[in-house]
Design a protein around this ligand. Structure first.
Ligand SMILES: [Zn+2]
Length: 348
């Protein structure tokens, strides 16, 4: 499978936070040829291990932002509540997929009031999320329930991953399936290498709800060093000054110096810079201090864990469509592989 096909499979998989089963099984299949053991912990983290010795951990989160069914109206319309941070202005008129109790996918749309019957004032305002409704083409609550949809059923806005032109690709869940792909690629590329430590890759649950899976996994894995791989905020778009663009597409992987969840120790930042320079990989810094990642939870576990973050810049994350530039993803994979080949230097 080409890189783009793997990205598509991962991005299109269903994995609203707390309901990561489908993406977990996909990743289990992709990782299994390259690791010695795989376990799933009580929070649903997929923990893949290889080798012996002190532990180096990679982390990427499987979950994506989405919604849960909050209420089903008598006339069959569905009210929803967010899972993770959504921009309410962006939601009207999109297609959704609801995962019913029986695992079946039910298609729906987020309904909008026709502009014809809105006042001028109403047209200018975003509709609050609590007023939104999903229409699955049902006449009654009973009909919705018969589909296996219940209070708590997860749903996500679904747009299939597809290439645009010139190496640009769009998809719904690049945050953080690009990180998952980065970790999988690093496992695949280093599969035949004898790394002088135990490598554990955690595919985490619940990041979008507050770094939940990674916190428990870091305690269990007890690594000496950890690296989170993310899809982060690319904001090189009209109207945003460069000083407020956390990252830019086409400038390579982003090394985090500080975000809202961690100030990365300079030792780690300098190590990643050195790897990039030695490998001839262009890189950028993620401007402080936007967002947070699993490294924020990991570095506080046990007696404190040395942790860093590298990210693939992605425009429009936490919206129904994100956009990345494939050479950034390829360079991020190279940086992670370079990190693994040298990580022993951080264990001394
Ligand atoms: Zn993320």
């Amino acid at each position: 499978m080409e890189l783009l096909e793997r990205l598509k499979a991962l991005s299109d998989a269903f994995g609203v936070a707390g309901h990561e089963d489908e993406v977990r099984e996909l990743i289990r299949g992709m990782a299994s040829p390259y690791v010695d053991s795989i376990e799933v912990d009580p929070l649903g983290n997929l923990i893949c291990s290889r080798g012996e010795g002190p532990t180096v951990m990679l982390d990427a989160h499987m979950d994506e932002v989405g919604f849960l069914v909050r209420w089903i109206e008598k006339d069959g319309f569905i009210r929803i509540t967010p899972v993770g941070g959504w921009d309410e202005r962006l939601l009207l008129g999109h297609r959704v997929v609801i995962r019913a109790r029986n695992g079946k996918k039910v298609k729906g749309i987020i309904g909008a009031t026709p502009p014809h019957i809105l006042s001028q004032e109403e047209r200018k305002k975003a509709v609050p999320l609590e007023d939104l409704f999903v229409d699955v083409g049902a006449k009654s609550r009973e009909e919705v329930e018969e589909m296996g949809i219940a209070i708590g059923s997860p749903l996500t806005i679904h747009y299939p991953c597809e290439p645009l032109r010139g190496g640009y690709v769009t998809g719904k869940a690049f945050d953080d399936r690009v990180g998952c792909l980065g970790a999988l690629e690093a496992l695949r590329i280093t599969a035949e290498e004898e790394l002088p430590y135990k490598l554990v890759v955690n595919f985490a649950t619940g990041e979008e709800l507050g770094l939940r899976g990674a916190k428990a996994a870091a305690y269990r894995i007890n690594p000496r060093v950890a690296l989170a791989i993310e899809g982060t905020i690319g904001a090189d778009v009209p109207g945003i000054p460069e000083a407020k663009q956390p990252t830019r597409l086409g400038a390579g992987p982003a090394i985090t110096v500080a975000d809202r969840s961690i100030v990365v120790r300079p030792k780690m930042v300098e190590f990643l810079e050195a790897v990039a320079r030695e490998e001839g990989i262009p890189f950028q810094y993620k401007l402080p201090t936007y967002g947070g990642t699993d490294a924020g939870a990991i570095h506080l576990e046990r007696g404190g864990i040395l942790a860093g973050v590298v990210s693939v810049p992605c425009r429009y994350i936490h919206s129904p469509v994100s956009l990345l530039y494939l050479p950034d993803l390829e360079a991020t994979v190279k940086l992670v592989v370079g990190f693994l080949r040298r990580a022993e230097g951080l264990l001394r």
